[in-house]
Design a protein around this ligand. Structure first.
Ligand code: HDD
Length: 736
């Protein structure tokens, strides 16, 4: 439904934006009756009474006390007093968007799920990205796992894919989840630190849980500091089941592959962004969608025939393991496009309730003990968070199909159920609502044969804790390995208890000796002689049964695990800072700006002051930010404009020089018009300039100085598509 036109209030621009057509789908249409738009409307109370004065409370006399009678005051204040609901116990900080999923080819061979069979249907989706540990108001750039939860509103009900941006998890059994979360959250005595794992309780727990070794490698890698929600992968983590119409099952791992590639920021940069713009990822997602740069991800499936359940040297039910893409390739089966921002953060992003138990016929679970525990936790937590059993009636959570069952009443019930019966079987209502036969789409759980003893233990097939941690580390490029060493040295360096640091070295040495040696050096410690065993043993278990096992002959490298191998062929939606001052060369500013904008990038002018700068030819150039309100960490690349007076100003402007030094430190592409060489000369890295600016050198070093013509702009585009020049870190001289 198109938005209601509002009368001309406020600025014209604001009104235009409000009226801009929003992409619609069956879910957003279903939200329309619940959507209110106050434009052009009068103010009234929740009971519909027109309000005459919303500025003054009712008083006895013009300077007298307020009166209890003031029901208008009381209604307003009571509602305000109850505005907050509990934040999510994990994943509290998040951002959401509407979108659509379109299938490339029918997957009838594997699943009967309708939305995975019909290529004509566009399935509405609502995605929520999140960090895990921080509170609702915490920074987006914390070193953390990112949640990637998608709710598909299908014709057979909602299917939720509640995943992360890392394909494995810290623990193998859900019973350890409260311990993991208690350990990573701020410490209970002083509630420090916020949104950070760099503290004693987290590493105490991890150092006693060797099964977390693989996930720790991911969490200490640059995957934990994404450049954007639009540039990270997503994973369903567990092995699920697909079931076809004949009842045949296959195992499946779900993936999301971002079309913009997988990119990260630098750790020092992340910490800076947290101060300059703690909403960096939220803003990036919002702005991209507002400007029509719709984030796109392909849905990938790794399908494993049931017969192959025991083919691998790891257990498919173990969530600390991934299935290397070399063993089972990822088939890209459809595309998710996020094309509409929510109308209201609270109503949609905050109140959405995901649950891995929301499946449709054709998708089913496995016995992964982490998955099994999650099946309990999500509904349970929503009951408290959303205040009762009727949270599925909140507009964002409703399926696009009508709901009929015999569930009734409870806090905030919305549906007015007609009739006398709310039980089944019944004869008074002809047994309605009717159960649905399996052949007509009724959900039937997969008929898995189970012959077992009831036991509280973990299978030995879950005991290899280090092979895949090593596989991940070995698969990284040198800069990525260095970043893992740095991250571990940083995190463990913040741990006060030396015994915990030492115990972690005992874990690291079992992953990779070189890695452990470098971290030990940074911590000023020696590698331990005695290695820790698996401490997470039951008190009455036999420790010998719980030793970590090593698997021989496992895969030693997997290309898909390194971000160095990601897509690097686009600058779409990248942000480039164009440094300029009065006297700038308007022509070259235009050439560079037009060329980059034509490729889908955004170019923003940063200058000594806001407003306009007067170019060399007396034309006006609009300024987007002053050096005070912008920082290099908020951009992907920087270009310094020419013009004699402008470069003299920039050379003398310490903030401009700092901007460049910092961009250099964070390995970003840097370009300058040849006249601006004197600004580059004022930087620390002028000593590190390549001998020439040939294409080879430019694409190796990420620095380009030259005449800003068409060729220059093409080279600059290629540089920005590279994202970062991490090799630059080694000879880094910059204290920025
Ligand atoms: Fe979880 C939220 C993902 C293990 C219990 N989880 C939550 C969200 C995501 C994940 C993306 C946020 C959803 C949103 O945006 O609203 N969780 C995962 C993944 C896991 C995982 C990928 C491992 C593979 N989670 C996990 C376990 C448990 C939980 C083992 C408990 C047994 N997760 C929860 C929760 C949350 C949650 C407590 C908090 C808020 C919510 O559910 O709605 O139930």
């Amino acid at each position: 439904m198109a938005k209601k036109p509002s009368p001309k209030m406020g600025t014209e621009a604001a009104i235009d934006k409000q009226l801009a057509p929003q992409p619609e789908n069956t879910k957003t249409q279903s939200l329309a009756p619940h959507t209110a738009d106050a434009a052009g409307e009068q103010m009234n109370t929740n009971t519909g009474l027109p309000i005459n004065d919303d500025q003054n409370s009712l008083k006895a006399g013009d300077r007298g006390p307020s009166l209890l009678e003031d029901f208008l005051f009381r209604e307003k204040m009571t509602h305000f007093d109850h505005e907050r609901i509990p934040e999510r116990v994990v994943h509290a900080r998040g951002s959401g968007a509407h979108g659509v999923f379109k299938l490339y080819k029918p997957l009838t061979e594997y699943t009967k799920a309708a939305f995975l069979n019909n290529t004509d249907v566009e399935t509405p989706v609502f995605v929520r990205f999140s960090t895990v540990a921080g509170s609702r108001g915490s920074t987006d750039l914390a070193r953390d796992v990112r949640g990637f939860a998608a709710k598909f509103y299908t014709t057979e009900g909602n299917f939720d894919l509640v995943g992360n941006n890392m394909p494995v998890f810290f623990i193998q059994d859900a019973v350890k989840f409260p311990d993991l979360v208690h350990a990573v959250k701020p410490e209970p005595d002083n509630e420090i630190p916020q949104a950070a794992s760099a503290h004693d309780t987290f590493w105490d727990f991890i150092s006693l849980m060797p099964e977390s070794a693989h996930m720790i490698m991911w969490a200490m890698s640059d995957r934990a500091i994404p450049r954007s929600y639009r540039m990270m992968e997503g994973f369903g983590v567990h092995t699920f089941r697909l079931i076809n119409a004949e009842g045949k099952a296959s195992f499946v791992k779900f993936h999301w592959k971002p079309l913009l590639g997988v990119h990260s920021v630098a750790w020092d940069e992340a910490q800076n962004i947290s101060g300059k713009d703690p909403d960096f990822h939220r803003r990036d997602l919002w702005d991209a969608i507002e400007s029509g740069n719709f984030p796109e991800y392909e849905l990938g499936l790794q399908i494993i025939p049931e017969e192959d359940e025991f083919k691998y040297d790891f257990d498919l039910l173990d969530s600390t393991k991934l299935v290397p893409e070399e063993l089972v390739p990822v088939q890209r089966v459809g595309k998710l496009t996020l094309n509409r921002n929510p109308d209201n953060f609270f109503a949609e992003t905050e109140q959405i309730a995901y649950h891995i138990g929301h499946v449709v016929p054709g998708i089913d679970f496995t016995n992964d003990p982490l998955l099994q525990g999650r099946l309990f936790s999500y509904t349970d937590t929503q009951l408290t968070r959303l205040g009762g059993p009727n949270f599925q009636e909140i507009p964002i959570n409703r399926p696009i199909v009508p709901v009929h069952n015999n569930q009734r009443d409870g806090f905030m019930r919305q549906t007015i159920n007609r009739g006398k019966t709310s039980y089944n079987p019944n004869s008074l209502s002809g047994n309605d609502p009717q159960q649905v036969k399996e052949s007509a789409g009724g959900f039937v759980s997969y008929r898995e044969r189970i012959e077992a003893r009831k036991e509280r233990l973990r299978n030995k097939s879950f005991f290899d804790h280090f092979s895949q941690a090593r596989l991940f580390f070995n698969s990284q490029s040198d800069p990525e390995k260095n970043h893992i060493v740095d991250a571990l040295t940083f995190e463990l360096g913040k741990v006060k208890t030396i015994a915990i640091r030492e115990r972690m070295l005992g874990i690291l040495v079992q992953i990779d000796k070189d890695l452990a040696t470098q971290v030990a050096y940074g911590l000023g410690l020696h590698l331990p002689d005695v290695l820790p065993t698996n401490q997470s043993i039951p008190a009455d278990g036999n420790p010998a049964d719980y030793q970590s096992v090593q698997v021989d002959g496992a895969l030693s490298k997997s290309e898909a695990l390194s971000m160095a191998n990601t897509v690097k062929d686009t600058i779409k939606s990248r942000k480039i800072a164009l440094l300029a001052a009065d006297g700038a060369d308007a022509n070259s500013v235009k050439t560079v700006k037009d060329a980059l904008t034509a490729q889908g990038a955004t170019v923003e002018v940063v200058a000594p002051r806001q407003g306009f700068i007067i170019a060399e030819d007396d034309s006006k150039i609009e300024v987007d930010h002053s050096f005070l309100t912008a920082a290099s960490v908020l951009f992907d690349a920087v270009y310094v404009a020419g013009g004699n007076n402008a470069v003299a100003t920039l050379e003398a402007e310490a903030n401009a020089v700092h901007f460049l030094n910092e961009a250099f430190k964070h390995c970003k592409p840097i370009a300058a018009a040849e006249e601006a060489m004197q600004v580059i000369d004022a930087t620390y890295f002028s000593k590190k300039l390549p001998p020439d600016f040939s294409e080879d050198s430019v694409l190796r070093e990420g620095i380009l100085v030259g005449k800003p013509d068409k060729l220059f702009a093409e080279l600059l585009t290629k540089m920005i598509a590279q994202h970062r020049f991490w090799e630059r870190e080694k000879p880094r001289l910059i204290p920025a």
